[in-house]
Write a protein that binds this ligand. Structure first.
Ligand code: C2E
Ligand code: MG
Ligand code: MG
Length: 270
């Protein structure tokens, strides 16, 4: 097959998959295909659980599991993220109330927010109303926004982040190091912490450049008074290096895979 044919086949496969995702998404909310899972975040100072990142899943009976990396860009493009985002907030905060009730107190829950929700929805009001409804303090919530999200309408994003900051909600920059945000934005916006992207962490033991990047991000964060989470830790030796570099919080399969509400409570309630 020549390069032109290969590209044509690939684009028709992509198009067919796009229509499949569109079909799955169109029935997903009413058929209850979505679910939330929670991945632990562990303090590298104390070794104890500090909270969870809430991650959405889609499991359709007909098509099986579709990952958020595939469907989030789709729902962002169609606008369905606004409705799905509301569902995610409601389910997560209701689950968090359950965690607190079961005794998993002094934990935080991190919510991933799409820039589309900030620019075209009313995330601030939605989250604040739900915190009130479920009697959860604002300081128990962290908002995760990808670094790339900041380059879309930074003024609008800054205003919403300021509203959250005023109420005591922390703001974290996700996948840090992979986007194009200017470092100046770190000072202008009310950012509380950086999540070092998994792509740097996964080769930290073998690749000198990745090690240098991780140590530079952590050192910069410390000087700016920001906390750091390292994402995607799978091996003990990665954990030890990040600990030595002064990283504050660890996340990855080594510490725990994302699990549903009941399993998270059973695993982490001591
Ligand atoms: P993210 O926010 O950076 O989430 C971390 C991703 O890394 C998750 O993938 C998690 O399962 C995965 N991960 C964590 N530790 C490890 C590890 O040790 N090894 C490996 N291989 N992977 C690890 P997931 O759940 O597939 O989510 C992918 C992305 O989809 C998220 O990246 C986030 O950008 C988006 N996403 C997920 N849930 C939501 C949501 O509720 N709302 C929005 N707007 N986006 C979401
Ligand atoms: Mg995240
Ligand atoms: Mg991330």
């Amino acid at each position: 097959m020549n390069a032109f044919n290969a590209a044509t086949v690939e684009s028709s496969v992509n198009l067919a998959r796009w229509h499949e995702i569109e079909y799955i998404m169109s029935n997903s909310l009413k058929n209850n295909y979505f679910n939330m899972v929670y991945q632990p975040l562990v303090s590298l100072n104390t070794g104890s659980l500090i909270g969870f990142e809430a991650l959405v899943r889609c499991d359709s009976t007909q098509y099986g599991v579709v990952g958020p990396d595939e469907f989030i860009p789709h729902v962002e493009q169609t606008g369905m993220i606004l409705e799905l985002g509301e569902w995610i907030f409601e389910r997560t905060l209701s689950d968090m109330q359950h965690m607190l009730y079961m005794g998993l107190d002094s934990i935080t829950v991190s919510l991933n927010i799409s820039p589309v929700q900030i620019l075209h929805g009313n995330v601030f009001n939605s989250v604040m109303t739900l915190l009130d409804k479920y009697a959860i303090p604002a300081s128990a919530i962290k908002i995760e926004l990808t670094e790339t999200a900041l380059i879309h309408s930074p003024a609008t994003i800054a205003k919403v982040l300021e509203d959250f900051h005023r109420e005591g909600v922390s703001i974290w920059l996700d996948d840090f190091g992979t986007g194009y945000a200017s470092l100046g934005l770190l000072r202008q916006l009310h950012i509380d912490g950086l999540k070092v992207d998994r792509s740097f962490v996964s080769n930290i033991t073998e690749n000198n450049e990745d090690f240098t990047l991780c140590s530079a991000i952590i050192a910069m964060a410390q000087r700016l008074g920001l906390e750091t989470v390292a994402e995607g830790i799978e091996h003990e030796n990665q954990l030890h290096i990040l600990e030595q570099l002064g990283c504050d919080i660890a996340q990855g399969y080594l510490l725990g895979k994302p699990q549903n509400l009941i399993r998270s409570i059973n695993t982490w309630m001591k």
